[in-house]
Write a protein that binds this ligand. Structure first.
Ligand code: PLP
Length: 425
């Protein structure tokens, strides 16, 4: 097991919180994390995250702050910005967004007036809540219109419909990005349509940022996208946080800076910005490319096992780090039953609606799972395929307690043989 965090003061002062931290360390080390938005950070990232920068107010931007004492915050934020721009090959980066959702809020207010139109991916076809779902505040402020997949079994986006909608609705922003979609997007088609209707192109790469940084999948910037929003804690393997990148337009970058602060946020979380800089430094190392490639290979290995067992995969398979399986349609097990049974054997993933799901969101037809965290643990195709086989065994016989006991033991052994690493450099 990777060594427990050194927390002597906490242990002395607050045994309840210290015990919860020990519990979480144990849970993470002995169970398999297949939630595709989760990962394990290095000890270096954790150290920056837990540093004295948490004490400091630094409203504003480097060189232009409202409080004194910014000698070291400026160093940290400038390094984070410089590394982000290098990593994603762009001119401007705002590293202050507290997470992915506020990054999107700041982006919308930077690029649109209230009431203006944004064209994004439908949530039920893989989009994110922050892309205008009716339960969000955003949906009352902006006019969200949607596009979908043409065929959920290939994952192909319906670009004819997207174009018609864009011509009719004249969106200010066309948004590409997802949290439950397993194919690569043809970014150049989005750019073409945006140029035709005069829209700004934004990609929300929250899920795939690490794959793009590691050059394992195409970057929206290479196709000419204007802006990228992202989280830093998913495949990018940094601290919890968000970021907004602008390819080359100074005008857009200025609007985004104003929108993040003072438009939306107060003081930036400088300890997290320091941790982001450390994570970007790690992602710039050559071995991060290997990591990103291995995430894809492991996902393909899992895909092969599910296909061999005739379990329907949305999109027909995967080009990225995640898979969506229609377990209800294929095996008669609901998403919730699957999630619970897999939890019992030490495999954590989440139930998920599938496109045009006949079932309800709280007990949908699908499960969503992915390989970023197990790849960080050092799993290759062999272990990934074995995990998929064990998953299928559980799904086929999900109430068999003896089977689950045996599989729980094998999962624990797999975890112990592949401890969470402490460093990636
Ligand atoms: C995860 C995610 C977000 C939100 O990020 P939080 O850090 O949870 O606020 C936004 N967009 C997409 C596409 C995501 O996958």
């Amino acid at each position: 097991m990777s060594s427990p965090q050194h927390i002597p003061f906490l242990e002395k002062q607050d045994s309840e919180i210290a015990a919860a931290i020990r519990g979480e360390e144990h849970r993470e080390s002995e169970g398999l994390e297949l939630i595709p938005s989760e990962n394990y950070v290095s000890k270096a990232v954790l150290e920056a995250d837990g540093s004295v920068f948490t004490n400091k107010y630094s409203e504003g931007y480097p060189g232009r702050r409202y409080y004194g004492g910014q000698d070291f915050t400026d160093i940290v934020e400038l390094l984070a910005v410089e590394r982000a721009c290098k990593l994603f090959n762009c001119q401007y980066a705002n590293v202050q967004p507290l997470s992915g959702a506020p990054a999107n809020v700041a982006m919308y207010f930077a690029l649109c007036e209230p009431g203006e139109t944004i064209l994004g991916m439908d949530l039920s076809h893989g989009g994110h809540l922050t892309h205008g779902h009716p339960v969000t505040h955003l949906s009352h402020v902006f006019n969200f219109v949607r596009y979908k997949m043409k065929d959920p079994d290939t994952g192909e986006i319906d670009f004819d419909e997207l174009r018609e909608t864009a011509l009719r609705e004249k969106p200010k922003v066309i948004l590409a990005g997802f949290s439950a979609y397993s194919r690569n997007l043809d970014y150049s088609k989005f750019v073409e349509i945006a140029q035709e209707v005069g829209a700004i192109t934004v990609a929300d790469m929250a899920h795939v940022a690490g794959l793009i940084a590691g050059k394992a999948i195409p970057s929206p910037f290479d196709a000419g996208f204007d802006v990228i929003t992202t989280t830093t804690h998913k495949t990018l393997r940094g601290p919890r946080g968000g970021m907004i990148l602008t390819r080359e337009s100074e005008e857009i970058a200025k609007k985004i800076n104003k929108s993040v602060f003072p438009g939306l946020q107060g003081g930036p979380h400088m300890h997290l910005i320091a941790a982001k800089a450390v994570a970007f430094g790690e992602a710039l190392q050559p071995n991060f490319r290997k990591y990103a490639q291995q995430i894809l290979k492991n996902a393909k290995a899992m895909e092969a096992v599910f296909k061999k067992n005739d379990i329907r995969l949305l999109g027909g398979g995967t080009d990225n780090h995640l898979l969506l399986a229609d377990v209800y349609g294929s095996l008669g097990v609901t998403g919730k039953e699957a999630q619970t049974a897999l939890d019992e054997v030490g495999i954590t993933l989440n139930m998920n609606t599938i496109a045009d799901d006949p079932r309800k969101p709280l007990d949908p037809s699908g499960i969503r799972f992915g390989t970023p965290a197990i790849t960080t643990r050092g799993f290759t195709e062999k272990e990934s395929a074995r995990v998929a086989e064990l998953m299928v065994e559980v799904l086929r016989d999900h109430t068999n307690e003896d089977l689950k006991k045996r599989i729980r033991e094998e999962i624990r052994e797999l975890c112990l043989a592949h401890p969470i690493p402490e460093s990636f450099v």
